[in-house]
Ligand binder design. Structure first.
Ligand code: GLU
Length: 301
């Protein structure tokens, strides 16, 4: 593949049908790819088997088609990629970048938390397991230094992984590989050059960049678009009972997604079909117009 070519992706977790918040992320990554005459891939992040819903992956693909978001090539399913994740974990192990951890959830209940509410691992198993302890998860050792990156919407950001995240999990106690490892392995495998996704993942990016470095993988360019919240200010999700995207009137819903992204189709396109709206939006896409606000209330509610 020509390395100068743009390759973008949309990576939904099939825990349920797409909702307005996931549509906004899909539309942003689709338009950014189309505006650059690039490829747009879909990856099903069905890694966390217990959280996935039967049939949701197919429902998501049908919803994308109904909204005119037609992807290139074959869909990649993370549930079929365990060998690749295991190889990456082996490579990290060979470099001494990871260690086994025996801590249980209840042992970590009192550990401090970061601004996102995630456990800041206190480093209990960092220098070896306590005698007799049974290894459960694998954690990556993080440095006490900043990881910096440029986000196309949020600008220059940096995070100290030791202070803000701690040694994080790459393989869970239940044997499943963690999102942070899988996303890095798959973005590299699919040759992704540009990641456009929801701002809830903004502060996951330094972890991913750090892992890319440890694995000798290229770092894509990142952009994080506003999250959509419900009336209670919560991120739309299955847990917050976000309604699925409507199966009719897609044009109006797409127009609302474009408005959230700061893109303003002309009034003549008010009743346009998805394909027509997306063709206009791809030709006029301006990532500079995407608002910097991390979250926006759902205008489609
Ligand atoms: N699967 C993640 C989600 O649905 C997105 C991961 C990513 O874009 O890196 O929230």
């Amino acid at each position: 593949m020509n390395p100068a070519r743009y390759v973008g992706r949309f990576a939904p977790s099939p825990t349920g049908p797409l909702h307005f918040g996931s549509l906004v992320a899909a539309v942003a990554s689709f338009l950014d790819a189309r505006a650059a005459a690039g490829c747009w891939l879909v990856r099903m992040e069905d890694l966390d088997r217990p959280r996935c819903e039967a049939g949701a992956a197919d429902t998501i693909l049908r919803q994308l088609e109904a909204y005119g978001l037609l992807w290139d090539g074959d869909v990649l399913y993370q549930s079929r990629r365990d060998d690749a994740y295991a190889a990456a974990l082996d490579a990290l192990r060979a470099r001494g970048a990871v260690y086994p951890c025996a801590c249980t959830r209840s042992q970590l209940a009192q550990a401090p938390r970061n601004a996102e509410g995630e456990i800041l691992y206190p480093g209990t198993c960092r220098n070896g397991l306590p005698p007799g302890a049974i290894p459960r998860a694998w954690r990556v050792r993080v440095p006490d230094s900043d990881v910096g990156f440029h986000d196309r919407i949020h600008g220059d950001l940096r995070q100290n992984l030791a202070h803000d995240v701690g040694d994080f999990i790459v393989r869970r106690a239940d044997g499943l590989f963690a999102y942070q490892l899988a996303v890095v392995v798959d973005d590299a495998f699919q040759g992704i050059t540009h990641v456009v996704r929801g701002a809830d993942l903004l502060w996951n990016t330094p972890r991913q960049i750090y892992l890319q470095g440890r694995l000798g993988l290229a770092t894509p360019v990142y952009a994080h678009v506003p999250l959509i919240t419900n009336a209670a200010g919560q991120k739309l999700s299955k847990q917050t009972l976000a309604p699925p995207l409507p199966a009719a009137g897609q044009g109006a819903v797409l127009a609302a997604a474009l408005a959230v992204l700061g893109q303003r189709p002309p009034p003549a396109l008010e009743d346009a079909a998805p394909a027509e709206l997306l063709a206009w939006a791809g030709a006029h896409w301006r990532i500079e117009s995407v608002p910097l606000r991390p979250a926006i209330a759902n205008p489609a509610a």
